[in-house]
Design a binder for this molecule. Structure first.
Ligand code: HEC
Length: 332
């Protein structure tokens, strides 16, 4: 199950940007008849290994409340990894330890800014007699073509779907260009063991898988211009730090008439949000951008000036008086 998003964006007093990047957990749930896994009242915190009350229902990251009665997942993965497929392996091609275990395709995060994105690999969870028998492992990494993924579009490929072939091969599909990998085992099953697994264990420390360091990995450490600060905090979780968006879901902000054209329309988008089908640079989007009326006139003028002068754009600044005028019209 995918965990929810935006703990810091919605509750900045309660959750830090780091907490919002790594929480809440992506939960591996065993669905039992009559089970209650807490949605939407609770979320699982994989660091403290407990279900806690969601902030919408009075939670602060610690309070458990009604979640004490909810069923825990069998395993909690770090936040935003986006498990998009699950496959229990029944083949005989791979070494015995893989039989009946679970492969999970993590499509990878979009909204871990100001930290690097995470996920983008295929994990394995060992099972014996229908029970989890060990910690999760990295099974296949490297799809993104790089370890430090700052913007979602930096990843060359993103693992999406899993299938098992009749000969026990594992197939992994990608969502960026539709590439499909076939994974075969050609080694000696009898000698497969600790040495091979140690190599995969080491992969847990690479940038797209390990937990980011709260200070060292903060991409915004140091001084930033105000407009960029507002952008990185409020817009980049969706539009990405390079303004290129995420294909098919979030439009880019480079060379678009929406950004460089009419200022009133642009201010309106930020204040009121935007919903329904739009075309941006020849691509259709039909999604929802939330309203940002909680930003001050000054913050909106700073962020709009920033996007109009960055991401290959070169348009005039937006004054805070322009924002105030449009806000007054909306309120009337
Ligand atoms: C929760 C995700 C999200 C956040 C946060 C967000 N946007 Fe958007 N934005 C979208 C989506 C989705 C659309 C397209 C909406 C549609 O399909 O109708 C969009 C459209 C736009 C557009 C018009 C289309 C384009 O690409 O030029 C602009 C301009 C824009 N957003 C600016 C911003 C700015 C500035 C911020 C920060 C203050 C921001 N957005 C925050 C998701 C988001």
């Amino acid at each position: 199950m995918h965990g929810r998003d935006n703990l810091h964006l919605l509750y900045p007093e309660t959750f830090t940007q780091w907490e919002s990047a790594v929480l809440p957990s992506e939960e591996f749930i065993r669905v039992e008849e009559g089970g209650d896994y807490g949605w939407p009242y609770c979320y699982y915190d994989q660091i403290n290994e407990k279900k806690v009350l969601a902030p919408e229902y009075g939670g602060d990251g610690e309070i458990i409340g009604r979640c004490a009665d909810m069923d825990d997942p069998v395993m909690g993965f770090p936040g935003h990894w986006a498990p998009n497929d699950l496959l229990f392996y029944t083949g005989d091609q791979f070494p015995d330890r893989y039989k009946n275990g679970a492969f999970i395709a993590f499509h990878g995060s979009t909204n871990r800014s100001p930290y690097q994105q995470s996920g983008y690999f295929v994990a394995f969870v060992p099972f014996v007699n229908g029970q989890v028998s060990g910690d999760w492992e990295v099974f296949a990494n490297g799809f993104a073509g790089k370890e430090l993924i700052i913007n979602t579009n930096d990843a060359e490929f993103r693992p999406m779907g899993l299938a098992q072939g009749p000969d026990g091969s594992l197939y992994v599909s990608d969502s960026r260009v539709g590439k499909i990998w076939r994974i075969l085992y050609k080694g000696d099953k009898a000698t497969f063991g600790e040495a091979e697994l140690a190599k995969m264990e080491a992969q847990k420390l690479v940038a797209n898988i390990r937990n980011p360091h709260p200070v060292e990995d903060n991409l915004d450490k140091g001084q930033l211009p105000e407009g960029k600060k507002v952008y990185n905090t409020y817009c980049s979780p969706c539009h990405q730090r390079d303004g290129k968006g995420a294909k098919g879901r979030i439009p880019e902000l480079s060379n678009t008439d929406w950004v460089t054209g009419d200022k009133s329309r642009l201010i309106n988008i930020v204040l009121n949000g935007l919903e329904g089908e739009i075309e941006v640079n020849g691509e259709l989007y039909d999604n929802i951008m939330p309203a940002h009326q909680f930003l001050t006139d000054e913050q909106i003028s700073q962020v709009l000036t920033f996007i109009r002068k960055n991401f290959e754009n070169n348009a005039s600044a937006v004054a805070k008086e322009d924002v105030a005028k449009i806000r007054a019209k909306i309120l009337n």
